[in-house]
Design a protein around this ligand. Structure first.
Ligand SMILES: [Zn+2]
Length: 142
């Protein structure tokens, strides 16, 4: 039904696709370290169901982990941002081999340490910066 005056439409229930969620195995708990793989594969499937193709592709390339803090990017309580490995102003491209998904927090901290001025950080400098960010995350419990 469409309202002729406001041109708004009611959503028909039949337009909403049915999504069946897989139940967690009997007695499976995320606190059991032997089931880590089981839960991470569930999270990856959930991530792929809710993300656009480009994000799915980037996530798969980086093994569903934030390259800065090395934690999973499948947790939806944390927002993700696309970061250029080599920023465009330094001649980087917007192609998949130059893009990575990082947590918003990690991205923010990264650009605090390495602002887009002066020279590009070396691999060693980046590793040191990542270490600082990981410690910050631990300190702020994020
Ligand atoms: Zn991160």
């Amino acid at each position: 039904m469409t309202d002729p005056k406001k041109n708004k439409q009611l959503t028909k229930m039949s337009w909403i696709p049915i999504v069946r969620y897989r139940l967690i195995k009997f007695r499976a708990t995320p606190y059991d370290s032997s089931l880590k793989g089981y839960f991470s594969s569930r999270d990856e499937k959930e991530f792929n169901r809710n993300c656009i193709k480009s994000k799915q592709r980037m996530a798969k390339i980086q093994n569903y982990k934030c390259p800065i803090c090395n934690k999973s990017i499948t947790d939806f309580t944390e927002r993700l941002e696309v970061q250029e490995k080599v920023p465009v102003i330094y001649g980087g491209t917007r192609k998949y081999n130059n893009l990575q998904l990082v947590h918003r927090y990690c991205n923010k901290q990264y650009y605090k340490i390495f602002p887009l001025k002066g020279e590009l950080p070396t691999k060693q400098q980046k590793q040191k910066g990542y270490k600082i960010i990981r410690q910050l995350r631990l300190a702020e419990i994020l």
